[in-house]
Design a protein around this ligand. Structure first.
Ligand SMILES: N[C@@H](CCC(=O)N[C@@H](CS)C(=O)NCC(=O)O)C(=O)O
Length: 219
């Protein structure tokens, strides 16, 4: 009998959130294990976790006897092994668009908004600089997403079907609200984010629905 996949996650982690969405949309049941990124200097740095993920980051997924890190590698693995609910379109140019949206968050911006970067900035340059940095790079990212969604979106980020592109939108929407980024000129981004928010699979994966979320979580 197949063992249940195990997801190492943190409720607020945008990269874990992406993978939770992919698991949820594909109806894959899994066990949730918390890696608290802020408690005791961060559980991601403990040797037991380093053995699973040398990058000291979440998520990590244990599945089919494999231990996989990097959210996009995990989502691609799920897509290749469990294609029944597809998250990539059939047509290569549509796939490229989906991956373009994914990488606009994954490669361009998430590394700049990551906890360790913000902690380092705060220590070296102070809170104000850290906040200006975050505002600047998040705004650039949301504007780029708006332009892409203006070209590619239908009901969802790329066309009318849920794709991997939709897995990266909710965490960026959440960050935009949390860090008070103006969304006035981002109607497509907001429309798609709100449409996704309504879907049961996305509700299950939401940061606030996770077992390690605080009792009254706030944006
Ligand atoms: N490229 C990696 C990035 C993973 C990552 O940076 N995760 C963040 C949470 S979203 C983390 O664990 N940060 C911990 C830290 O910065 O110490 C992925 O997509 O999985």
């Amino acid at each position: 009998m197949q063992q249940k996949p195990v997801l190492y996650s943190y409720w607020r982690s945008s990269c874990s959130w992406r993978v939770r969405i992919a698991l949820s949309v594909k109806n894959i049941d899994y066990e949730y294990r918390t890696i608290n990124l802020v408690k005791n200097g961060g559980e991601q740095w403990q040797p037991e976790y380093e053995a699973l993920n040398p990058s000291h980051t979440v998520p990590t997924l244990i599945i089919d006897g494999h231990t996989i890190g990097q959210s996009v590698a995990i989502m691609e693995y799920l897509e290749e092994t469990r294609p029944q609910v597809p998250l990539l379109p059939k047509e290569p140019s549509q796939r490229a668009k989906v991956r373009q949206v994914v990488e606009t968050v994954n490669a361009d911006t998430q590394p700049l908004q990551n906890l360790r970067v913000l902690q380092w900035l705060q220590k070296e340059a102070g809170e104000e600089k850290r906040n200006t940095w975050l505002q600047h790079f998040l705004t650039l990212n949301i504007q780029a997403l708006e332009q892409l969604l203006r070209r590619y979106s239908g009901k969802f980020s790329v066309g009318d079907e849920i794709t991997l592109a939709d897995c990266v939108i909710p965490p960026q929407y959440y960050s935009a609200i949390r860090y008070k980024i103006s969304l006035d000129n981002c109607p497509n981004f907001v429309r798609v984010a709100k449409a996704l928010d309504e879907l049961p699979a996305f509700k299950r994966a939401h940061a606030f629905s996770q077992p390690d979320a605080p009792e009254n979580p706030e944006y």
